[in-house]
Design a protein around this ligand. Sequence first.
Ligand code: NOJ
Ligand code: CA
Length: 545
Amino acid sequence: MTGNAKASRFRPSRPWRDAVLYQVYPKSFADANGDGIGDIPGMVAHLDYIASLGVDAVWVSPWYASPMNDGGYDISDYRQVDPIFGTNDDAVAFIDGCHQRGLGVVMDLVANHCSIEHEWFRAALRSPAGSPERQWFYFLDGRGENGAEPPTDWISVFGGSAWTHESAVGGAGGQWYLNLFDSSQPDLNWGNPLVAEAFDEIIRFWCDLGVDGFRLDAIPAIGKTEPFGDIGFTPGQQWDAPHWPPMPFWDADGVHEVMRRWRTIGDSYDPPRHLIGEVLVGSNERLAHYVRPDELHSVFSIGVSTVTWDADALSRFITDMSNAIAPTSSWLTWTLSSHDEVRTASRYTDAAVTGLVDDELGRARSRALHMVLFALPGAACLYQGEELGLSQVTDIPDELLQDPIFLRTGDRRLSRDGCRVPMPWTRDGATLGFNDGRRSWLPQPPEWGVLSVEQQELNSTSFLRFMREVIALRQSLVATLPLAGRCEESNGILVIERGATFRCLLNAGTTSAPLPAGWRRLLSSQALDEEGLLSPNGAVWLARG
Ligand code: NOJ
Ligand code: CA
């Protein structure tokens, strides 16, 4: 038997093309054993909550064995759950619990890099320059006297040089290794066929345990072109791959061979496993390559976090992304946020700077934007806590910040910890129900009690209850609409049309706007004003007739 050792019992109730995903960041979701860190038993305990949101699948950020230098995106064993999260049996219990509730499970697959603690890297460090063990990574001699300078001037996504001298991590071979992210995350050499074979087995391992798909982390990074040389980066320059010309360390054509290989493996299962890429590349053409019929099913619409509160800018972003995907038979997985982005409720106000945790304007705009998100053709993804309207936490003391971006740059504004603060489940309690102990790995603002799930369940107009309503209507109505439509801006109003009978309007202007004649209100993010006008910062779904 090839590939499909175990067919998943799970059959998606809705095509992936229309699905709503919910992203769980295990460290911050729910902590069952009270050690201050979220875990899989905590996730299992809240499965009914996830199902109650009306979503179709869960994307789980990495739960693999890891020293946690990058929140688990630095993996030391791809086949083991990290003990802080639980056991492989817990993972299976979570997968089964999802399936029993009709939810699919999409795992994070981090293939560009592993951890310096992975046995592959330990073996490489123990082996001499030029050895087969070193061929799993990019080990190069340095330049200058005694090779004391990095092999090239490349910079890391997280700041600083993309090269680390192996002596910093206990190596004695005198070489440098490439790390496009943190120095604890050595880049794997995808030019080595053994790397590809190892990942084939990892993918099969999790598919055989019932996983329904993969979210492919930083996937353009595995496309590299050798030999490596200087680019001309200036000291202190920051990463900006989407605006750079083609680079030898990003998005080289070889990546597509790997995408096809994974698609073949996923397709050998019943049902076929779903593949969604985190693809940030320099052009729409390059993006479309990733979703050719024999590659990924979908890619995330990353980048909205840089768009300002402006109907024209939003319209251009949506149109541009839609145009990228239009020539393909694929679709976008639209998203407003993730564990890497400033929370939506803080992004369109100055709350991210001022540290306001109770920002009504930010939450009003977030409600409105989620109506846009769920109106768009394609799949959608909601990051945990977004359904509560949580804000970015900006006052975490420096000594508690863990994001390697902060540790490498010293710039707390770049730290992603502020969107990873543990979920508030209850109104009271030292950790607001994250656990029943007193500690959580990052402190929660005490004001979050009123934003807790418990509190919001009680209030029929809460953010949470509103989000459930939007998702339910999306599932029953919007997901059935024609994909064809238009997105445009007029006088500060963003208009999204699906077929001839559905419109979403978002008012990003400063004055109230009339609704078009002949259209009836299905749902709005806030009450229409006394004259039936759509106030600034609101959105509405309309049906013709
Ligand atoms: C993207 C992930 O979303 C992010 O959290 C991580 O730091 C990098 N890739 C590196 O794996
Ligand atoms: Ca725990």
